[in-house]
Ligand binder design. Structure first.
Ligand code: 8OZ
Length: 359
């Protein structure tokens, strides 16, 4: 029988009971100092029947922050907070990886230590406004990173990877999507550098590949995934030839034998219309496992797995509103509808209070 969403699979060293993956979802409900709290434990434990949970994007250092109330993965207290989450998910037979994040220019001095300027490949201010503790504020012109500063950022990824392993995660996902730092280097709308990290596709991919190399050396390739979003225009992103760029990146990632590649197959977060892109052709350039994401339902998820396009499907909004999404898919039960007003920040309302199916 052909594989479907309910077939077990193996992503690197991570065994999944099913192929229904919880996508990374920013929820802005961490405790003080970026320490995950008991409410966060409940939220993730409720969703442990997912074949794999990818955590919300998690800053790797104080300078990697860009929104209020994010959890971090760089202090002892944060490790202890996350350990409660990985323990709770594992106790229920689930698997969980943490998404490692540096926001680059999508930040604001009020969110950074000593009011620092956000950093980016080039000093280009993104259109739009930052979410800050004082409300929406215009983005500022970021500071272009010196090439000599990049090794320290790579080391921040290494430090965060060590912290993630200490916290009991099954692996890490390098966030190279959605207009944040690594994606800012990849795409030429945000990268105008004239050094080894800008210009050609090879140069723009260099920082991502250095980060992945360092993270793989720290965790082992079979515990590392990468997320890309070739045509998501969110965060004022654009590239002149995304097909060529991201097919190069997919092929370059083959050398590592990663646990998986994860792609956002279009535009998300209302960033505008995505450029055309052939995701089937793109996927064929990557030799390992592939997680597809973006508005899949059960039928399209099964079809993508049956056709060999994807090994697993990541569901975002459906997992916000349906902690038991796997059970509901299995039974073809109706889905709870997500309340978008409680996506970002707040209390248990719209976070841990979505009902499970009645027993
Ligand atoms: C929505 C709001 C804030 C952050 C992403 C981490 O798009 C995010 C994010 C999404 O990857």
């Amino acid at each position: 029988m052909a594989n479907d969403l309910f077939s077990p699979t193996q992503l690197g060293s991570i065994h999944l009971n099913n192929r229904i993956v919880m996508a990374p979802l920013t929820r802005n409900r961490a405790g003080e100092h970026g320490v995950p709290n008991d409410l966060n434990v409940t939220y993730y434990a409720q969703r442990a029947t997912a074949g794999l949970i990818i955590t919300e994007a998690t800053p790797i250092s104080p300078l990697a922050h860009g929104y209020p109330a994010l959890p971090g993965i760089y202090t002892e207290a944060q490790i202890a907070g996350w350990k409660k989450i990985t323990d709770a998910v594992h106790a229920k037979g689930g698997k969980i990886v943490i998404q490692l994040w540096h926001v680059g220019r999508i930040s604001h001095p009020s969110l950074l230590p000593d009011g620092a300027l956000p950093v980016a490949p080039s000093a280009i201010k993104p259109a739009g406004q930052a979410f800050t503790y004082q409300g929406l504020q215009d983005y500022v012109t970021p500071r272009a990173l010196e090439a000599s500063e990049l090794p320290a950022i790579v080391q921040d990824y290494v430090h965060a990877t060590k912290a993630a392993l200490a916290a009991g995660f099954d692996g890490v996902e390098v966030h190279a999507a959605n207009g944040y730092l690594l994606d800012q280097f990849l795409r030429d709308g945000s990268n105008k550098r004239t050094d080894n990290y800008g210009g050609s596709i090879e140069n723009r991919a260099r920082l991502l590949l250095e980060v992945v190399d360092a993270v793989v050396k720290t965790a082992g390739a079979d515990k590392v995934g990468v997320r890309l979003s070739p045509v998501n225009p969110f965060n004022d992103m654009h590239d002149s030839n995304p097909q060529a760029l991201f097919e190069y990146v997919a092929e370059a990632l083959n050398r590592f034998n990663l646990a998986y590649l994860h792609a956002v197959e279009g535009g998300i977060h209302g960033g505008g219309k995505a450029d055309p892109f052939d995701f089937v052709a793109f996927r064929k350039h990557f030799k390992g496992s592939y997680i597809a994401n973006l508005s899949y339902d059960k039928a399209r998820g099964n079809a993508a797995i049956a056709s060999g396009h994807a090994d697993a499907i990541a569901y975002g909004v459906p997992f916000i509103a349906n902690p038991d999404l796997v059970e509901r898919f299995k039974l073809d039960a109706p889905l709870n509808v997500a309340d978008s007003k409680s996506f970002y920040g707040g209390t248990e309302k719209g976070y841990t209070d979505y009902p499970f199916l009645a027993a």
